[in-house]
Design a protein around this ligand. Structure first.
Ligand SMILES: [Zn+2]
Length: 176
């Protein structure tokens, strides 16, 4: 899908009244805090936001993000591609008090005047970014097969039971 950059600021309450749909793309470097968590500046972030009012006249925004970025594989420490997808409905509120009154399925978006849409996208992406990512085994620079073919350190019969050692270490609990 070819679209322009996502607008940065928007009056989200007006957008909800008008039932606007806003779409656009961002680059990882547009979101500095998020970019700092990535392996590179490569990638693109596709965003669609649909604004509407619900039956209780709340201003809602359905945020759909599909991001393709690069993170560091925690096994081999080389970059790896990662897709992040979010699909969340936020309710526009004025303050924390209003946020607390929202039903559980709605997440609060606290906005006084214009909303910085890029910040919303950044928050959502940071929330879904896994803390640790790993290549698929066949793609990882560390070959897991090397480990599985390594000779066993000792024959199974000679293996001592680690629980025997533990039992010896335990202070004398006598059994009848
Ligand atoms: Zn890897």
């Amino acid at each position: 899908m070819l679209t322009g950059p996502l607008p940065n600021t928007l009056d989200v309450r007006k957008a909800a009244t008008r039932e606007l749909k806003v779409e656009g793309t961002l680059k990882p470097l547009d979101l500095q805090r998020f970019a700092a968590l990535l392996a590179s500046d490569e990638g693109r972030i596709q965003v669609a936001m649909v604004f509407y009012r619900d039956e209780e006249q709340r201003s809602l925004v359905q945020v759909d993000i599909d991001a393709q970025v690069e993170v560091v594989c925690q096994r081999c420490l080389y970059p790896m591609p990662l897709q992040l997808k979010t699909d969340n409905t936020l309710a526009v509120v004025w303050n924390d008090d209003q946020a607390r009154l929202l039903p559980r399925h709605l997440e609060a978006l606290i906005v006084e005047e214009d909303c910085r849409l890029w910040d919303v996208v950044e928050e959502e992406l940071i929330l879904v970014l896994p803390q640790f990512s790993y290549h698929e085994p066949v793609e990882c620079k560390i070959d897991l097969a090397d480990f599985s073919h390594a000779p066993l350190p000792e024959a199974p019969g000679e293996k001592s039971n680690p629980f025997d050692v533990l039992a010896q270490l335990k202070p004398g609990k006598e059994e009848k």
